[in-house]
Design a protein around this ligand. Structure first.
Ligand code: GDP
Length: 194
């Protein structure tokens, strides 16, 4: 097992001018419930690392974590796709995200989390299309690998990659619950932030 990422919560920002100084950033995006907090916890080896991103008032903000005691940052972005969210809130999410993803020069990689159990949603595909239209550097991470039955895994991996318009090997599958793929993702995060 590789050494887990040492994450330290820095700040929550509602505007990109309030982000901390950073040498390089990896951002996590995905619809709510995709397993983003669980993944942050798994990457850090600490069960409650991401609880801060879920506290009231912070769920709509960019939650920033220092990585390995250095100058690089992991940014946990607000989840999208709250069915009950009023249009005004969706508008402010969109404004914050578009500004952040397009204007943040330190952004080295955007990790788009897709639920491995249910597959990419329409919103996930829209996000990928948008990132490609700019274009911005991104990777697809499929979550909850343990929830896919062993017999269905090969087919599901093929199907999920195809819906994302990717090759099977382009998608990193992880399970925060079982630890699958976490070493590999950590290795990549360190490379992107180097
Ligand atoms: P977030 O809203 O994207 O931060 O999602 P959470 O991390 O809170 O996860 C949403 C739900 O999915 C929770 O009930 C988690 O326990 C569950 N979950 C997340 N990751 C995994 C996983 O790898 N395996 C399983 N079985 N459940 C998971």
């Amino acid at each position: 097992m590789s050494r887990r990422l040492q994450l330290r919560f820095l700040t929550s920002a509602d505007d990109i001018t309030k982000l901390p100084d950073s040498s390089a950033e990896v951002a996590l995006v995905g619809r709510s419930n995709v397993g983003k907090s669980s993944l942050v916890n798994a990457l850090s080896g600490r069960k409650a690392m991401a609880h801060v991103s879920k506290t009231p008032g912070r769920t709509r903000l960019l939650n920033c974590f220092e990585v390995d005691g250095g100058d690089a940052t992991l940014v946990d972005c607000p989840g999208y796709g709250y069915a009950q969210a009023p249009a005004q809130m969706r508008g402010s999410w969109r404004k914050l995200m578009e500004t952040y993803l397009q204007q943040r020069e330190q952004l080295a990689m955007i990790l788009v989390l897709v639920d491995g159990e249910i597959g990419p949603t329409k919103l996930d595909v829209q996000m990928l299309d948008w990132l490609r239209s700019i274009p911005l550097p991104h990777s697809v991470i499929a979550t909850k690998f343990d929830k896919v039955k062993a017999m269905q895994r090969a087919a599901r991996q093929k199907e999920l990659a195809a819906t994302c318009d990717l090759q099977v090997d382009d998608v990193v599958w992880v399970s925060a619950a079982k630890g699958t793929g976490i070493d590999e993702l950590e290795r990549r995060v360190r490379l992107w932030l180097a």
